[in-house]
Design a protein around this ligand. Structure first.
Ligand code: S3P
Length: 422
């Protein structure tokens, strides 16, 4: 299983910001994380990572600490990675340098004002396109003001960008969310010597600045969002049993397990442990003959925001109508995932209805043959590949290479599972 993408970005970024040499391991080797690694290199961090026998990256990162990042010679290309772009904006906001961030055609369509607006309130300057998208030029300020911000969206990228700016702000930052988003930043920053105050009742996180992060060691657990595809494959394909050790069981990430359990899927979580400040466990998933539909409510969406496409595929094979509520954020991911999932499932022969922020999938359906485009969205590439495995027809995925963003070895791992590999 690949390392967790969210934590890999954070381990690289926070180590780059820290004083001293951090040692990281289990880091995901994928296109998105490489965007972050190249970005911090361009900003002056020394990154010396190599590929471990399990395919993850490990090694040393020497950060810039109190001297701050240097202005790069050319724009920083964030590739397909929203996390890279948005977290860099927060990280750069408190330093008096000018940096331009660019991205690929998908990232260049994604909204950035959700980050640039509150960071501007703190005193940083941003030049964006008229629609608030990349390319964005950040002109940071050495004297950021403190901020108490009520975010209109539950977004860990927004929350993290503001907390990273808060590290440089005189007085710090407080972010309140409408629902709890993933909390890896709050769990990891204390390891770098930065305490974060979390209020679980009001869904807020705050920290006091200015403070210099100190180097530490981080071992990244396996990615639950990638695990969701193998768990779903096991549940859907007759005679399967898949055992996935060392997966992050962070409660802000594993909503998909709760949904699958409600659908009747036979899944066990064993060997619970804590690595760093993150809970991990082994997930054991078995083929399940009779899956039933469920209701996925708005409140649980942040904990499964990246898993809606694969859950929609499972829903297409379950008895009844599964409804996903409050999933409007999917429209501004690597593609308009709500439209893409509805269109793709419809093309496969599934009855689907969708509105601005909801999706209904009728099941069980027999999935037919089809050619589907990933739209350069890694999670769509994987979900359509899985549709081919669980349906009766052959599915051809064009631009399948998009999987490189989060799970480059996805096809190899599926093939190994089909061969009964341990
Ligand atoms: C991420 C947060 C989520 C998620 C993305 C990674 C992160 O986005 O969809 O894949 O690492 O913080 P939002 O914070 O915008 O919901």
């Amino acid at each position: 299983m690949p390392g967790d993408k969210s934590l890999s970005h954070r381990a690289v970024l926070f180590s780059a910001m820290a004083r001293g040499v951090s040692h990281v391991s289990g880091v995901l080797d994928s296109a998105d994380v490489r965007s972050t690694i190249e970005a911090v290199r361009a900003l002056g961090a020394r990154v010396d990572l190599s590929v471990s026998p399990d395919g993850s990256l490990a090694g040393a990162i020497e950060g810039w600490g109190a001297s701050g990042p240097v202005a790069p010679a050319s724009p920083i290309d964030c590739g397909n990675s929203g996390t890279t772009a948005r977290l860099l904006m927060g990280m750069l906001a408190g330093w008096p340098i000018v940096v331009t961030l660019t991205g690929d055609s998908s990232l260049s369509l994604r909204p950035m004002r959700r980050v640039t607006d509150p960071l501007s309130e703190m005193g940083a300057n941003f030049l964006t396109t008229d629609s608030g998208t990349l390319p964005v030029t950040v002109q940071g300020s050495a004297t950021l003001r403190p901020l108490s911000y009520h975010s209109p969206v539950a977004s860990a990228q927004v929350k993290t960008a503001l907390l990273l700016a808060g590290i440089r702000a005189i007085g710090g930052v407080r972010v309140v969310e409408p629902a709890p988003s993933r909390d890896h930043t709050e769990r990891l920053l204390p390891a770098y010597g930065i305490p974060v105050t979390v209020d679980a009742q009001e869904f807020s996180a705050s920290l006091c600045g200015p403070v210099v992060p100190m180097a530490t060691d981080v071992d990244v657990p396996r990615d639950p969002s990638s695990a969701a595809f193998l768990v779903s494959a096991a549940v859907l394909i007759p005679d399967s049993e898949v055992v996935l050790p060392g997966v992050s069981l962070n409660q802000t990430r594993v909503g998909f397990l709760h949904v699958l359990e409600r659908m009747g899927a036979q899944i066990e979580v064993v060997d619970p442990n804590v690595e760093g400040n993150e809970p991990v466990a082994t997930i054991v998933a078995h083929h399940t003959k009779q899956l039933r539909a469920t209701l996925v409510t708005e409140g649980e969406v942040p904990s499964l925001v990246d898993e809606v496409p694969v859950l929609a595929l499972v829903a297409a094979l379950a008895q009844g109508t599964t409804r996903f509520e409050g999933v409007g954020e999917l429209r501004v991911k690597e593609s308009d995932r709500l439209a893409a999932v509805a269109d793709g499932l419809t093309a496969l022969g599934v009855t689907v209805r969708t509105g601005g922020d909801w999706l209904e999938v009728d099941g069980p359906s027999e999935l037919g043959a089809q050619t589907l485009d990933s739209l350069h969205d890694h999670r769509l590439a994987m979900v359509w590949a899985l549709a081919g495995l669980v349906g009766v027809g052959r599915v051809k995925v064009s631009d399948y290479e998009a999987v490189d963003v989060s799970y480059p070895r996805f096809a190899d791992d599926l093939a190994a599972l089909a061969d009964g590999a341990q």
